[in-house]
Design a protein around this ligand. Structure first.
Ligand SMILES: C[S@@+](CC[C@H](N)C(=O)[O-])C[C@H]1O[C@@H](n2cnc3c(N)ncnc32)[C@H](O)[C@@H]1O
Length: 281
């Protein structure tokens, strides 16, 4: 046995090799997230609080509890293993491209039906879809249009935060002053700000596991799925991007995260550079 797994056995709550392999498989099956050997420490620290609060003795006890209370406990488990790092206008070039190229193009393409559908898939605590809404609002291009942003995530905790639309002031500190003033309002708590209701009105939040059935019929004009598939296997990525393509209008745009690529995964999109793609077929 490796010294690292010895290490996990001698902790406050012992986690054996078998426990870790069980949790790895469950995470992969339920969310597509492939936990590598290097994620042992992370899994331990994220689940240990839960094990303590349930009054259990070890990870074997937690496995047993999970199996007996699958439906309820799975939500806690999934919430614990997702990584939710995000920020307003993260990877800013996507929002710049949206304003200067993607939106004007789509507006031209959809001029007849005057409707626009955007999906933020894996929206975490909401900074991404709200940044999309701020870009739409500031562009002034969608006035009088039926324009909507759907924002989804598998994690119920981050969705609750996203729907509330309240953030610590430090989260918006790096944004231009005029943008802060236009799109955020004060709250009763000095240290918090709230997304302006004119911005949140563009966005609908829903819980959705990307591995499950999707209730939406589309077509979407723009999909942002950034920093989500990074831990998915190539096969899961291929299936997901194929499903995205099938739910998009031809000429629709897909933006993915900076360390992700469609190269060698699917040819249903053409690359426009800087992790922006256009649906070919
Ligand atoms: C790192 S965050 C990315 C947030 C945002 N897209 C960004 O780039 O800033 C990844 C999000 O993907 C979500 N996620 C992971 N697996 C998922 C799945 N199978 N279905 C839906 N969301 C998933 C996580 O819960 C997490 O909130």
């Amino acid at each position: 046995m490796s010294s690292s797994s010895e290490n996990f056995r001698s902790r406050e709550f012992p986690m054996t090799e078998e426990d870790y392999q069980f949790l790895r498989q469950l995470a992969g099956r339920e969310t597509g997230i492939e936990l590598s050997e290097a994620k042992r420490e992370m899994v331990y620290s994220r689940l240990v609080r839960r094990i303590r609060s349930l009054g259990l003795m070890d990870f074997a006890g937690y496995r047993h509890y999970l199996e007996k209370n699958k439906h309820l406990e799975l939500t806690h488990f999934v919430n614990a293993i997702t990584t939710n790092l995000t920020s307003f206008f993260r990877e800013g070039h996507h929002f710049e491209a949206l304003r200067t190229t993607l939106l004007p193009e789509i507006i031209k393409q959809n001029a007849q039906r005057r409707s626009l559908r955007i999906w933020s898939a894996g929206c975490s605590t909401g900074e991404e879809p709200y940044s999309l809404a701020m870009t739409l609002q500031d562009s002034g291009l969608c006035k009088g249009w039926d324009a909507k942003i759907l924002a989804t995530d598998v994690d119920s905790n981050v969705l609750a935060h996203a729907t509330a639309g309240q953030y610590g002031r430090e989260k918006i500190q790096g944004l231009p002053q005029d943008l802060q003033q236009r799109h955020f309002v004060r709250t009763e708590r000095e240290e918090m700000v709230q997304v302006d209701p004119r911005i949140s009105a563009w966005v609908t939040f829903r819980q959705l596991n990307l591995l499950h059935e999707w209730p939406m019929s589309g077509p979407f004009d723009i999909i942002f799925c950034r920093n989500v598939v990074i831990y998915f296997s190539k096969d899961t990525q291929r299936q997901l991007f194929d499903r995205f393509a099938s739910l998009m209008a031809v000429g629709g745009y897909l933006c993915i995260g900076h360390s992700e690529t469609l190269h060698g995964i699917t040819d249903r999109f053409e690359s426009l550079g800087r992790t922006i793609y256009r649906k070919r077929f």
